[in-house]
Design a protein. Structure first.
Length: 154
């Protein structure tokens, strides 16, 4: 089965993606996050793609691995301050970063997550937003279940 990257348009077979450890790790992390947040993260990773080449699977996996602990813990540390960062905050901040790119005020390719964390540290959501945007639960996520079965096959 062929798949197409929504960010760069590259085609690859699903078998090859699962066989590649970096790609498998990337898919696994996105599946754990799930929903709109996973979609925004894929778009965000595209901001690291060099202008004249593609973004390697290893680099994408590394970038996402850097974010994963903070996404799952739902808090970040910036300038010595700890800030709550529920899924709603991540979705909002990723949208702000992508909007800055679209407006031409963000220079790409990005080199680090610094700008994202700066935006996240300024999030002022409401309690209702936090309740309305829960993190996808592993037990109810079909993608996670499928990837778990694939992982167990190797």
């Amino acid at each position: 089965m062929k798949t197409r990257c929504p960010v760069c348009g590259a085609e690859n077979s699903l078998d090859a993606l699962i066989a590649n450890e970096d790609a498998r790790e990337l898919l696994w992390t996105l599946a754990q996050v799930g929903g709109d947040l996973a979609k925004q993260l894929v778009k965000y990773l595209g901001l690291f793609r060099p202008e004249k080449s593609s973004l390697s699977g290893a680099r994408m996996a590394k970038l996402l691995a850097e974010l994963r602990p903070d996404i799952l813990s739902q808090c970040i540390q910036r300038d010595g301050r700890i800030t709550k960062a529920p899924p709603a905050a991540w979705i909002w901040a990723l949208g702000e970063v992508l909007s800055a790119r679209d407006a031409g005020t963000l220079k790409t390719p990005l080199k680090s997550h610094g700008y994202l964390y700066e935006v996240l540290s300024n999030w002022r959501g409401t309690a209702q937003q936090i309740v309305d945007q829960p993190m996808a639960k592993n037990s109810s996520n079909k993608m996670v279940d499928s990837l778990t079965r694939l992982e167990n096959m190797k």
